[in-house]
Design a protein around this ligand. Structure first.
Ligand SMILES: [Mn+2]
Length: 334
């Protein structure tokens, strides 16, 4: 695509050049995406691997956790390693971190503390709360997704988008925009999506795996969350909870509850919704969503040590959930 004044990535063209300069200088590149990966995390990771392949540089793709079931349709997933040893077995002189606001979320903070000579770090993300931890930070909060940014990176150097990469990138945009329903739904994200479709992205497959297909236990889990919805009259915030007992009784892993907060975001009149999920590691994860124009849930999340976007954010606190006479509370673990 020719340089285009209407393209919101124009101001990042210099960053694209610098990124490629670093890639050209590198002997071995490690690309990392965040733990508990979503469609954007994996979609952008696979596309970055494609770009590095076109640039003829040796690279490895890494994510500390495996792909969740609903994303296992993504092509070439086995190119991604979940084995932390690849970070130390080989020396990488360039690390590219995708879709991660900080190194903790990326799942590599521990590894970085152990490193002696620090490699060059490139941070590519769209979260406004990004800690700008890289030597080079390409962070565009106006982009719907990291996948949208990677699309522009590949397109800027005039490489064609292969079919399977079009599917990966469109998965990132579709999941991060909630099927084109949240604030990330801009003329730019729709424009990129249209070009990905033209490149052969399998949109129906993406939609059925990421939004439609739901196993019965997962719907039963949603049923439990729905039955516990509570509105706080003072704050207008609607909350619900899912506990370890729920996951155990329904025989599903706690990651299967990911989509519930986006689904509940449709509650009429709610200022915001918060889903509290008890994790097996002794923490409670809160996922915040709002559709109200004047509510910024990332501020609430930040207050509790978390982060995210204005309309979707999260935080984690230590403890477990306990039912009280009037609702639920987080209590410390003895
Ligand atoms: Mn993202």
């Amino acid at each position: 695509m020719a340089l285009d004044e209407h393209n919101p990535m124009v101001e990042f063209h210099q960053a694209f050049q610098k990124i490629r300069d670093e890639i050209k200088r590198a002997q071995s590149v490690l690309v990392v995406t965040h733990k508990n990966p979503d469609g954007d995390a994996l979609g952008s990771l696979l596309a970055m691997g494609y770009f590095l392949g076109l640039e003829n540089v040796a690279y490895q793709l890494f994510c500390v956790s495996p792909a969740p079931a609903h994303l296992r349709f993504l092509p070439n997933l086995d190119a991604i390693s979940n084995d932390e040893r690849i970070m130390t077995d080989k020396e990488h002189d360039l690390i590219i971190i995708l879709d991660s606001g900080d190194l903790e979320y990326a799942g590599v903070a521990e590894h970085f503390r152990k490193l002696k000579g620090l490699p060059v770090v490139i941070n590519i993300d769209h979260h406004p709360t990004n800690a700008l931890y890289g030597h080079l930070n390409l962070v565009n909060p106006n982009a719907s997704s990291t996948s949208e940014i990677i699309y522009h990176l590949i397109d800027f150097f005039r490489y064609p988008i292969a079919k399977h990469i079009a599917t990966s990138l469109l998965t990132g945009i579709l999941t991060d925009t909630g099927s084109f329903s949240n604030l990330g739904t801009t003329s730019s994200s729709l424009d990129v999506s249209s070009r990905l479709l033209a490149s052969g992205a399998r949109v129906r497959e993406i939609i059925s795996f990421t939004f439609r297909n739901k196993p019965i236990p997962q719907l039963q889990l949603w049923g439990r969350a729905l039955s516990r919805l509570k509105e706080n009259d003072e704050t207008g915030i609607v909350t619900t909870v899912l506990t370890q007992d729920d996951f155990r009784e329904l025989g599903i892993d706690e990651d299967s509850s990911e989509g519930i907060s986006n689904f509940l975001n449709n509650v009429d009149h709610a200022k915001a919704i918060i889903v509290f999920r008890e994790k097996s590691d002794g923490t409670v994860r809160a996922s915040l969503r709002t559709t109200q124009p004047n509510v910024d849930v990332s501020k609430i999340a930040k207050h509790f040590g978390g982060g995210g976007h204005k309309k979707a954010a999260g935080f984690t606190i230590k403890g477990r959930l306990e039912e009280t006479g009037t609702g639920w509370k987080v209590v410390p673990i003895k």
